[in-house]
Design a protein around this ligand. Structure first.
Ligand code: C2E
Ligand code: MG
Ligand code: MG
Length: 404
């Protein structure tokens, strides 16, 4: 989860923001003045900084100026929190390199949308920089990750990797109808590392190609083994793809090969793509998707709502499933904006004959909302976290149901 540093001298405001961000699962660090804030920015290198403008000693301008002069902190997105709304203050902050402003008092959705917006741009920038430059531009932690990742693949032949399966449940019947495969890396040097950390490195180094191939191969073997050894059939397994894998010239060939070697029904496999992957080159993406479709392989759009959300293109895409990003599902029953958007997404997807999966369902109230609005399936901690294959198999064999 992205790490956010809050620099704010007023305790009540600071606590308020911390509560709000923690409820959204952000990792947070807080500083009560500019000096502590600067130290934490350098030692923790957060993914984003929220900083009050008016503080004693070093004010927000001072913090920003210092951050922008230090190469380790120079590019961290910086959002000013300010009670002032004078144009000249905005201008001064912008000239110093602030990325955005929020005027106090702000609503929760104003704050979150400013944060999400900045984080997304920053992620794109980081990907661009790491693709452009080799290792020397990475932080020491990233360099270590990169070296360990190389070793885990080239020398240890994927032994440190394991595929977890998170159940996807039909909301009407409560039965497990599918699962999403999620990669885990247990590094002896670094401990458990989540895909949000190592996939970007794998992408920038090209290691994503062997990783993706390994995942697809293992998932196909697993589907076969569940069918042949445990008698579990008609279960769909979703696999996340990276744009680099999807664009490999022999990608379709690999898919055909794995399906044929394991003698699988192609519709047991669903490939998850994101909007940004498709939008990079819409025509070639549609061509690849059509080839997959003609094989019988299913296609899902993952994290829908966080990227381009181009509803017009959606109509033209050969897809089966829309996965609504967990950002919209979190607290959907109580947040008027999220509930309006989610309702509209479900309805639109149904009009396009798509299957809708809600991601990140954690609360009964969220599930009740989804049931009321006829969302087809749910995935989330409320039913189960991602599980090792053997544990997921137990769920299947005991017919574990959402409504016990
Ligand atoms: P994703 O495809 O959107 O996967 C869903 C993520 O949400 C997973 O994180 C899952 O553990 C998490 N999640 C599920 N239910 C809940 C919930 O109720 N609450 C919360 N807070 N989180 C929930 P994970 O496993 O860390 O994976 C993160 C991302 O990494 C995935 O996002 C996917 O984009 C990528 N990824 C995972 N495995 C692979 C892979 O084999 N290949 C590629 N290319 N990407 C992968
Ligand atoms: Mg996914
Ligand atoms: Mg997702």
């Amino acid at each position: 989860m992205p790490k956010i540093l809050i620099i704010e001298d007023e305790e009540s405001v600071r606590e308020n923001i911390l509560d709000l961000l923690e409820a959204e699962d952000f990792e947070t660090i807080a500083a009560a003045n500019g000096r502590i804030g600067l130290d934490l920015a350098i030692s923790e290198v957060p993914d984003l900084i929220l900083c009050d403008m008016m503080m004693p000693e070093i004010d927000g301008y001072g913090v920003l100026t210092a951050l922008r002069q230090d190469p380790t902190t120079a590019t961290i997105p910086f959002i000013f929190l300010t009670a002032k709304s004078a144009k000249s203050d905005f201008r001064r902050g912008m000239d110093l390199g602030a990325d955005d402003y929020i005027t106090k008092p702000f609503t929760r959705s104003e704050l979150l949308s400013a944060i999400m917006n900045r984080l997304e741009k920053y992620a794109t920038l980081k990907r661009y920089l790491s693709a452009q430059n080799a290792t020397h531009n990475l932080s020491p932690k990233m360099q270590l990750l990169e070296i360990s990742l190389h070793r885990a693949i080239k020398q240890h032949n994927f032994q440190e990797f394991e595929i977890y399966y998170q159940p996807i449940v039909d909301i009407a019947s409560g039965k497990i109808v599918a699962a999403e495969s999620l990669l885990r890396w247990q590094s002896p040097e670094l401990g458990i590392i989540y895909p949000t950390e190592f996939i970007p490195i794998a992408e920038s180094t090209g290691l994503i190609v062997p990783i993706g191939k390994w995942v697809l191969k293992r998932v196909c073997q697993q589907i076969k083994s569940w069918r042949d050894d445990a008698g579990i059939s008609s279960l769909k397994i979703a696999v996340n793809l990276s744009v680099i894998e999807f664009n490999q010239p022999d990608f379709i060939h690999k898919i055909i090969n794995f399906i044929e070697t394991n003698n699988l029904q192609a519709d047991c496999l669903e490939l998850e793509l994101t909007e940004s992957m498709i939008m990079q080159d819409v025509n070639s993406a549609i061509a690849t998707m059509n080839k997959l479709r003609s094989l019988g392989v299913k296609i899902a759009i993952d994290d829908f709502g966080t990227g381009y959300s181009s509803l017009i293109y959606l109509k033209n895409l050969p897809i089966n499933t829309l996965k609504i990003d967990r950002y919209f599902i979190h607290n959907v029953a109580n947040d008027l904006q999220k509930s309006a958007i989610t309702k509209a997404l479900i309805q639109m997807a149904h009009n396009l004959n798509l299957n809708v999966v809600a991601e990140g369902v954690e609360a009964e109230a969220e599930l009740a909302f989804l049931r009321q609005h006829k969302c087809n399936s749910m995935q989330g901690f409320l039913f189960s976290r991602p599980l090792p294959a053997a544990e997921f198999e137990k769920f299947l064999l005991t017919n574990k149901c959402l409504y016990a």
